[in-house]
Each structure stands twice: as C-alpha cells, then as structure tokens.
Design a binder for this molecule. Sequence first.
Ligand SMILES: [Zn+2]
Length: 249
Amino acid sequence: MQISTKGIILGQVNFGDNDRYVTILTEQLGVIEAFAKNAQRMKNKLSVGTQVFAYCQFDLFQNRGKYRLDNAQVISIFYDLRSDIAKIGLASYFAELTRSLVREGDRAEGFLRLFLNCLHFTAAGEKPLSQIKAVFELRGLSLCGFMPDVVGCRECCCYEQERFVFFPLEGFLLCGDCLDECDRARPKIPLNMSILTAMRHILYADFERIFSFRLSEQNLRYLEKVSEKYTLATVERSFRSLDFYHTVC
Ligand SMILES: [Zn+2]
C-alpha cells in the first residue's frame, strides 16, 4: 500500500554501507520506523530527507506492517538548530520524548504541528529555550491524554489563592487552605499565581496563542522545573538527551 504523509525525522541508524533506518513522526501514522535504501549515499534522492529533523512530504510503501521509504521531498531541515549545542540538545530531547509519547497508528496532526512550532522557535532563537521546553512538554503530554488538572484546587475548586501546590505524580492542585497533613508527605511543588497562570495558558489557550505569555527569567526557570517534573513522573523514565541538555544549558 502506498501512503503519502508529511512528517519529520526523529532519528536515523545507518545499516550496512548504503542503507538507513529512520524513525519518523508522521501526520497520519504516528511514529513509525522505515527502511531507506541507499540513503547513506550522498547523491541518493533520500540522502537529505532522511537526516534528523528533516521535515518532508514522505512517500512510503507499507507491506506486512513494515514501511519502505520511497521518496522524501524536503520542506525544511531546520538548519539553524545546528548553530548551537543547547538548541540541538533541546531538539533531541523533543525527539526522544515524542518517541515515548506517540505510538504507531496514532493520528498525530496536532502533535506534529506542536513539534514543528517548537522546533521553529528553537532554531530561530526567538523565545527562551526554557519557555519552549515547558510548552512542548505540557502541551505535548496534554495532546497524548496526560493533561494535568490546573483549573483550580481539587478540594474546594478555588481558582485564585495566595498559595497553591502542584502534585507532579498525580497532576493536580491543592490550595494552601486544603493542604492537610497526609498531603504534606507527598511530592509536591509550590506555585505562585504567575507560574500557575502560565501553566493554564499553555494547557488551555488556542494553539495559535500558546507562546503568547511572558514570565520573568526566574519564574520561567521555575516553570521549566515544574513542567519537567510532571513530564518525567508521567512517562516514568529519564532521557539521555535531557541529561545532555542540562549539561549545556
Ligand atoms: Zn482548596
């Protein structure tokens, strides 16, 4: 069966002297592995379109659950990512997290759109990396069914309070008044209203507006920490690319 879909290369492994296996986040098929014959050869038509972070229109042939890549028409290769080790580290983390979250067979138009937007802002250097990272994590988890509930306190439903705490393992909030002794022993993170408002914005705003919020550098760093804790607690694993990113950023 022939399938044509837009997608982005998340990873590649060279095979033998000429061939290559690639992992692609596609609009229609979720995350798939595909065989790209002769893609290692410089002059081959698949050479550029099978590089990591190449965004392409892919022509695939599916047979018995396996995919062969027949053509890759390059739309963007996000060249500017390569100019900065922190940017490439962050983009690599996005790719690794995506492989944990999106499965083969999932429709992933929304996730691909988020991925491309975050990669664009990372490459362009138009937003702080900590902001892009928090947006990718929170909105990405939410698209995959892991949206935390930060609308209000889980006990009394209050929306604004001097003090809130967020529980990263469970993904909910309690206000200072409702926090009781048994909650005190569980892992939790205090949130100020600026950070909570930013989290609500990332999770609930229209897609076009997800980056339209501002925080002080200190609050952005804190948001990044909260978002990362929730992410790692949700996917229950660590990421080598994230460890690397933290060594350079
Ligand atoms: Zn409460």
